[in-house]
Structure formats: structure tokens, C-alpha cells
Design a protein around this ligand. Structure first.
Ligand SMILES: [Zn+2]
Length: 285
């Protein structure tokens, strides 16, 4: 079991960088408008296996001091027993890591997936992913972070126990943890306690996704909500963020209320930075 994360956080020691998932056409401008200290985006269509396109603003993103995190496509499931899912999942994950390297991203976040033929097989498939990807990552290698998920049968990332065993299997590799409060709530977990336990068994949490949920605890559904409208008590989200003790906190809540969610966390956590609300429809991250 690892005792500490493999990496130094991107911000000043002890500081929290609070940011948002943005649609990604102009991530630096959107981050600036929100007063965000970091940003997360998709590099391609989150629902497709298509290779991420080259970004015209790659040089600008490389030069920016703002830590940029990349969320891999949702349909990736590298733990699947079905080669028609697993093989393209591994391929698009490798392509996403490569494209993330082109913009000097601070990390790529991917869902833990599920193994319909039993999670033991899922651990082995995850091990193969890291064995294949990390030696090839080279000097531009971007850290890969696995995210806990909301539910489903044979989920690799729904419970502390399965994540703990996954981390044991991946102990030879550089693997980060992304903790999502909406997913923990949907999985039926106490979101503060789960953060505390994951810190222990995974050697720390690198990124928190601070989201509320449209659904009841234990629903297994992954539908994010703004703090004022969701079914998680906002104070519990703050407590979970504190318990996770991650340097990076990203809201993936609906765009219409994301500036309000960020302002709430900023005030509760004592994070500096001033943002102004953006107007206009945006997709959820
Ligand atoms: Zn998330």
C-alpha cells in the first residue's frame, strides 16, 4: 500500500486550486471568467472512440500556468471482458494520454469501469493497461487518475474495498485517484467517510470532483446537480472536500449554476479568487 501520492501538487504547498469542468473551446478564457485556479475539459467527444483532434490552442495551453486536467471519454471501459469494448477503450485512453501530453496536461481522469465476468478479471485488465501505457509515456507522460463511479454490477470503482484492491494490484505504477462526491453518494456511501478511507487505502486523493446529485443516495445514477438543487447537503460536500485533502477541486456541476457553486466552495474553503458568472447554455462536464 502506498503511503503518499507520487506527485507534488501543482499549486503552492497546502493550497487548494478550485476549478471547473468547461466545455473546452476556450478553456483559459472560461477559467479566467470563473476565477478558476485549474480547469478540466474533454479533448474530444466524450461519447465516442474517435481520436481526439489536435487543438489549435495547444501552444497557449502549454504556456499557461493554469493546471489543465483532461477527462477521458465516458464510454471507456478497460476492465470489460468484451474485446470490442476493451480494445477500443485502451486505444482511446492511450490517444487521450498522448493528446493530453500535447497540451502539457496535469492529469488524465478516467472512470474505473466494470468487469461483467467478475472484478478479479478487471484488476488484471487494469494492470495490463498500466503495463502497456506507462513505459511508453516517456518524458511527456501525463499522470493517469482513476475515478470512483456511481454503481452498476461488477463496478471496479464503486466501493472502497474494490478500489483498495485495485490500488494493491497497481502498486508498481504511478496511479492517481480522483474522488467524485456525486458518485460516492449514488453508490450509497457516506461521502465524508469514503473520502477519509480512500485517502488511507489509495495513498491520498489527487483530485476531487465536487458535485451534488439529482438522485437519492444509493440510486446508482450518475447525474450531477448544482449544490442548491441537488440532494446532497452542501455542507457535506464541503466536509468531503476537506476530508479528501486534495490539492485540486473541480466542479462538474451544470453550467447554469457553476459560478455559484464555485463561489460557495471558495467561501467555505477559504480559497482566494474572484469570478464572474458566465451566461449562455453549456454542456455539463
Ligand atoms: Zn466526476
Amino acid at each position: 500500500m502506498k503511503s503518499s501520492p507520487a506527485r507534488e501538487p501543482p499549486g503552492p504547498a497546502g493550497a487548494i486550486l478550485l476549478g471547473a469542468h468547461v466545455r473546452g473551446e476556450r478553456p483559459l478564457a472560461e477559467a479566467a471568467a470563473l476565477g478558476a485556479g485549474c480547469v478540466q475539459l474533454f479533448l474530444g467527444d466524450p461519447q465516442s472512440y474517435h481520436k481526439p483532434p489536435t487543438r489549435p490552442d495547444a501552444a497557449e495551453l502549454c504556456e499557461s500556468p493554469l493546471p489543465v486536467y483532461v477527462h477521458a471519454p465516458y464510454l471507456i471501459n478497460v476492465a470489460s471482458p468484451n474485446p470490442r469494448v476493451r480494445v477500443p477503450s485502451r486505444k482511446i485512453l492511450a490517444q487521450t494520454l498522448e493528446a493530453a501530453g500535447d497540451i502539457r496536461a496535469a492529469g488524465v481522469i478516467v472512470h474505473a469501469g466494470h468487469a461483467e465476468d467478475g472484478i478479479e478479471n478487471g484488476y488484471t485488465r487494469w494492470w495490463k493497461v498500466f503495463e502497456e501505457l506507462q513505459p511508453a509515456a516517456g518524458p511527456r507522460g501525463v499522470p493517469l487518475m482513476i475515478e470512483n463511479t456511481a454503481g452498476g454490477a461488477h463496478a471496479m470503482g464503486r466501493s472502497v474495498e474494490t478500489l483498495a484492491r485495485l490500488w494493491e494490484r497497481l502498486e508498481d505504477f504511478d496511479v492517481g485517484l480522483c474522488y467524485d462526491t456525486c458518485h460516492a453518494h449514488a453508490a450509497g456511501e457516506d461521502i465524508v467517510r469514503m473520502a477519509e478511507r480512500l485517502r488511507e487505502v489509495c495513498g491520498g486523493v489527487e483530485v476531487v470532483h465536487a458535485n451534488s446529485s439529482r438522485d437519492a443516495a444509493g440510486s446508482g445514477r450518475d447525474r450531477h446537480a448544482n449544490f442548491a438543487e441537488g440532494l446532497i447537503e452542501p455542507g457535506a460536500i464541503v466536509a468531503a472536500v476537506r476530508a479528501a485533502a486534495a490539492a485540486i477541486v473541480i466542479c462538474e456541476t451544470p453550467w447554469k449554476g457553476i459560478a455559484v457553486d464555485l463561489a460557495f466552495l471558495r467561501a467555505e474553503l477559504g480559497v482566494s479568487g474572484a469570478g464572474v458568472p458566465l451566461t449562455g447554455p453549456r454542456e455539463r462536464g
